[in-house]
Design a protein around this ligand. Structure first.
Ligand code: ARG
Length: 456
């Protein structure tokens, strides 16, 4: 027996029932469905569809269903095609006649759009706090690693010396932009379609503004067609989450490399590593590998639903039911990733001694050129001079920092004794004290800015 079988002469095929059933995944938003129905029942009471007593019965019935669901005491039927139908059936069984009025002026089209928006918004808000936790971990790391100098890389070749704290802060500021993408997704999700009916607007003039404030929405949709058809809030959320996952995968990649024996810059805590079933010596950075690997889902989930949406006419078509699995998956996976990565960062051990052994004196080459520029030589010329010095160092096997100023002055008489100062790592780092640079003073400033951003 279906809610809609009045016009049908035979039941759906069993395979069809299985095919279009969304209950296994949309029951995830049963709480939103029930909250939405309670608010809807209240609105119906205000226009005289329900008596106070009926409203109480329906409200208590709905709350009871949620309670029982949480305690695993609900039995769903094969014929419950989605969470909305399941809740309605259960309510009819529990409270009888009053329940039959609940769907007055409402369609599953505006109901599902409302439920999904409530669920997505709630999860995105929670993710924003988790992004902030990760940002806090970056700041904590920056503060505790402020003395540590590492080689900065381009092309996976040592490029210039930087403070490790500078690296962690780069993650902080990039995450700040991810947060604003999520913020934007929240804004466009935070619009209530309820009252749009099937597509033309509800035939009952209930107070949509009051409904919106009951359900925690900032505004109501202006147009019922747009209200039931729009799924750009899902695409925007999927896109924001994909962007965040892509960013995170890049930092995961560095941590994976850094934890290898060849680099030995960090050691991931045992709690966030796993072993090998065969090789007893192995300690694998699975946490960060999975974080990197899961990026595929986020991009896939966006592509998957964007492809579904393309060409779907107005207003509701069943195609749109395909929104839930990708968005639920991306929301859940991002929650896990953020929690895990925060712990990985907070517990990671930085192996300063082995980092220092890895610092290649060639990291100072740019500084050697800048030195000449500061003494009046054009940069292109200075670049050539230092290129020759590097070539000499490679050929002779004498490390750049062991050449001494006299040898250097053979390449340019502008080099004097003080050039040797450049080979002190701290000096090289602190020379880059432009805002945004890697000097200690600049990184301290970055931390200060970050802390004030976190307080806003
Ligand atoms: N399960 C459906 C979905 O998720 C609910 C809306 C059904 N509406 C309809 N006209 N069949 O999209």
């Amino acid at each position: 027996m279906k809610m809609w079988d009045g016009r049908f002469s035979k039941p759906s095929d069993a395979l069809m029932e299985q095919f279009h059933n969304s209950l296994p995944f949309d029951k995830t938003m049963i709480e939103e469905d029930i909250d939405g129905s309670i608010a809807w029942a209240r609105a119906l009471k205000n226009i005289g569809i329900f008596s106070q007593q009926e409203l109480d019965e329906v409200t208590n019935g709905l709350k009871g269903i949620l309670d029982d669901f949480r305690h695993g005491e609900i039995t769903f039927l094969h014929s419950d095609e989605d969470v909305h139908m399941a809740v309605e059936r259960l309510l009819v069984e529990r409270v009888g006649d009053a329940a039959a009025r609940l769907h007055t002026g409402r369609s599953r089209n505006d109901q599902v759009a409302t439920d999904t928006r409530m669920y997505v918004k709630k999860k995105l808000i929670a993710l924003q706090s988790l992004v902030e936790e990760l940002q806090r971990a970056c700041v904590i790391r920056a503060q505790s690693d402020i003395e540590i100098i590492i080689p900065g890389y381009t092309h996976l070749q040592q490029a210039q010396p930087i403070l490790l704290a500078h690296y962690w802060m780069s993650f902080f500021f990039a995450l700040q932009r991810e947060k604003s993408r999520i913020e934007h997704a929240i804004e466009i999700t935070d619009i209530m379609p309820l009252g749009s009916g099937a597509m033309a607007g509800s035939g009952f003039n209930l107070d949509r503004d009051k409904l919106a404030s009951d359900l925690g929405f900032s505004s109501v949709s202006y147009n019922s067609i747009d209200g039931v058809a729009a799924r750009d809030f899902i695409l925007e959320s999927l896109s924001a989450l994909a962007s965040c996952a892509i960013l995170i995968s890049r930092y995961a990649e560095d941590i994976i490399i850094w934890s290898s024996k060849e680099f030995s810059f960090v050691e991931i805590d045992d709690a966030w590593s796993t072993g090998s079933s065969m090789m007893p010596q192995k300690k694998n950075p699975d946490s960060v590998e999975l974080i990197r690997g899961k990026c595929g889902r986020f991009v896939g989930n966006y592509m998957r639903f964007a492809t579904t949406c393309k060409g779907v006419g107005l207003t509701y078509y069943k195609d749109l039911q395909e929104d839930k699995e990708p968005i639920f998956d991306s929301l859940y996976q991002m929650e896990m990733i953020l929690k895990v990565l925060t712990q990985v960062l907070l517990t990671i051990k930085v192996k300063n001694e082995s980092i220092q052994k890895n610092l290649d004196p060639f990291l100072i080459a740019t500084d050697l050129a800048d030195y000449l520029v500061k003494k009046g030589m054009p940069f292109r010329q200075a670049h050539k001079v230092v290129g020759k010095i590097v070539g000499f160092s490679v050929e002779s096997g004498i490390a750049l920092d062991k050449l001494g100023y006299q040898k250097l002055s053979e390449f340019s008489e502008l080099y004097t004794k003080d050039v040797e100062q450049l080979f002190v790592w701290e000096t090289a780092v602190n020379n880059r004290d432009i805002p945004g640079g890697t000097a200690r003073s600049s990184v301290d400033k970055q931390v200060e800015i970050a802390l004030s951003m976190l307080q806003q």
